[in-house]
Design a protein around this ligand. Structure first.
Ligand SMILES: Nc1ncnc2c1ncn2[C@@H]1O[C@H](COP(=O)(O)OP(=O)(O)OP(=O)(O)O)[C@@H](O)[C@H]1O
Ligand SMILES: [Mg+2]
Length: 182
């Protein structure tokens, strides 16, 4: 994948498919490292299933269809000398406390580091497609933090849907301004 923002889109879509009503996308950057952590309260995965998504190359794709979202995210991080971690609690075993956390670190100075790219577009695309989910986005950088919690917007907007063009444009500007402000 050309940009990590596309991996973020992919991993967050897994949370949507898992039926999550809250999805948190947290980016934490230092001078030389980036961590991307996506947490949801969706249906989760059993330990057996989790083992198979983490290591899809042990399964032949002719006998069992495994997606590429997680393997590509893992690969992108490990290529930079970073680490990948996924943990999950499935709904059947943990009816009150289920969900998934997918996290990867990236060494920014490594030759194979993929730029983050247009993360604002990814976040806006996710909100537009699933405006009823609570999206919490944070990007912490040295000396700067970008933040968006769609619940805070909903409190202000009342019945106005988040995915009408005016609101989507406002969200885009709101994020842009936070990135531009030192
Ligand atoms: N957050 C999650 N909650 C519950 N199940 C998940 C989650 N993320 C992944 N999964 C499960 O792991 C499988 C593999 O995920 P992965 O993103 O690698 O591929 P995919 O979503 O099936 O296909 P692709 O991403 O290539 O379109 C998913 O089909 C889903 O069953
Ligand atoms: Mg996927």
């Amino acid at each position: 994948m050309k940009e990590l923002s596309l991996n973020i889109l992919d991993i967050a879509k897994n949370s949507v498919k898992a039926g999550a009503d809250t999805v948190e996308i947290a980016l934490t950057e230092t001078e030389d490292q980036l961590e991307i952590r996506i947490s949801d309260n969706g249906c989760g995965m059993t330990p057996e299933f989790l083992a198979s998504v983490t290591d899809p190359f042990t399964t032949t794709r002719t006998t069992r269809k495994v997606g590429l979202g997680i393997p590509l995210f893992k690969l992108a991080s490990e290529q930079t000398g970073g680490t990948f971690h996924i943990e999950s609690r499935d709904q059947a075993a943990h009816p009150k406390d289920h969900g998934t956390v997918t996290a990867a670190t990236f060494m920014k100075n490594h030759l194979d580091f993929t730029p983050l790219g247009d993360v604002i577009s990814s976040v806006v695309t996710l909100i537009q497609a699933d405006p009823d989910i609570r999206w919490v986005y944070t990007h912490t950088m040295p000396g700067k933090e970008v933040r968006l919690d769609t619940n805070e917007l909903k409190a202000v907007l009342g019945d106005v849907p988040l995915n009408i063009p005016e609101v989507i444009a406002w969200i885009t500007d709101y994020l842009r301004e936070q990135y531009e402000t030192a």
